[in-house]
Design a protein. Structure first.
Length: 236
């Protein structure tokens, strides 16, 4: 049965730097709940599912409205499994059940800043431009052309010395992956086995609308940014 849109939220149990990261409370509720709720509110998806190897994560995912039709294999729940490995397993399992999805959004469990509006806007970019993949990016806050390196004698050097006296406003803007989600045409990504192809588009979000969360310090900063962002919205 050909279906339109699938949302996969990967959430394995083995986080090392932040214990139980995917279900750790973020400002009062499990962080994974934000991703699930954004996906559901968008009303885009035929199914919003969580790929996990953990029964506690599965229970919380179901509580907030996601499905967990099968548990992730041990092979794809270790430290070496990639996002593509997880996506491939999920798509294969659905195919075995007779479900084939034209487009898929892989939405990360630790992306509390993601909104239904951003998900929807990125989907429109994917469809209207016929990209293989679309994902959110953020502008680097400092020009990467003036990045520094430090040698073994603690002496600094410029990666690009020619920009020593360049003005920031004269340098080309650079962006990085916001680490929130990837929209893609399912067959393209399964075929290429990679999320970035030579036909990939982006949606630009503000620096205040995202935060990489790898450490406890990142987590605390994300909570501060989230509160400031939503306090600003309520006062507008």
């Amino acid at each position: 049965m050909l279906m339109s849109k699938l949302c996969i939220i990967p959430a394995r149990s083995g986080s090392k730097r932040i214990l139980k990261k995917n279900i750790k409370p973020f400002l009062g509720k499990p962080i994974i709940a934000y991703a699930i709720e954004a996906a559901l509110v968008s009303n885009l998806f035929d199914e919003v599912m969580v790929s996990t190897d953990d029964l506690d994560i599965a229970k919380i995912a179901k509580k907030y409205g996601a499905t967990v039709p099968f548990l992730r294999s041990e092979k794809n729940a270790n430290d070496y499994a990639t996002t593509i490995d997880v996506i491939d397993e999920v798509i294969t399992c659905y195919k075995a059940k007779g479900k084939i999805f034209k487009t898929t959004c892989c939405l990360y469990a630790t992306a509390p800043f993601v909104t239904d509006k951003t998900i929807t806007s990125a989907y429109k970019i994917l469809i209207n431009n016929q990209f293989d993949t679309v994902f959110p990016v953020m502008n680097f806050s400092f020009p990467i052309q003036r990045a520094l390196k430090i040698d073994s004698n603690n002496k600094m050097k410029l990666f690009q010395p020619k920009h020593l006296n360049s003005r920031s406003q004269d340098l080309e803007k650079a962006y990085h992956d916001a680490g929130q989600f990837y929209w893609f045409y399912t067959d393209k990504i399964i075929l290429n086995k990679k999320l970035w192809t030579d036909n990939t588009g982006v949606i630009v979000i503000k620096e205040s609308e995202g935060q990489d969360i790898d450490t406890i310090e990142d987590w605390k900063l994300a909570e501060i940014k989230y509160k400031l962002l939503h306090e600003k919205k309520t006062t507008l």
